[in-house]
Write a protein that binds this ligand. Sequence first.
Ligand code: MN
Length: 154
Amino acid sequence: MTLEKYQSKRSFYKTPEPKGGDALKISQAPVFVVQEHHAQNLHWDFRLEHEGVLVSWAVPKGPPENIGEKRLAVQVEDHPIEYGNFSGDIPQDQYGGGHVDIWDKGTFETIKWEGGVVEVVLSGNKLNGRYTLVKTKGYGKNSWILMKQKPKEL
Ligand code: MN
């Protein structure tokens, strides 16, 4: 499990966020979720299910919706699968204090997941199609670029 960092940052008697470890996985396809998070700095959290957790990135300007667009995405700690259903208010004195809404949710197919490259095809309500995350240098050590790309030729 890689939730230690997630759990160590939060007081679960104070925040309504899930502690994790209770997920009952019913659907077969992996899930993605994007949460609009009105924390001190508004951002969108982009999360992909991978090996039993939601691997997560904070995207300050929100995920790109048009082919060719690129956005900075800062990787944050893995979140529990249950977090994909979370919306609500994190108390202001807690880590990430502020309102969280589910902005989009769906399933995805993985084309590539290795080292600093994650390539997926999303099937959501707002986000659909091929998205690539590439780890990048120059914006701090956890920075990636999230891009929406043309569908691949078959
Ligand atoms: Mn967040």
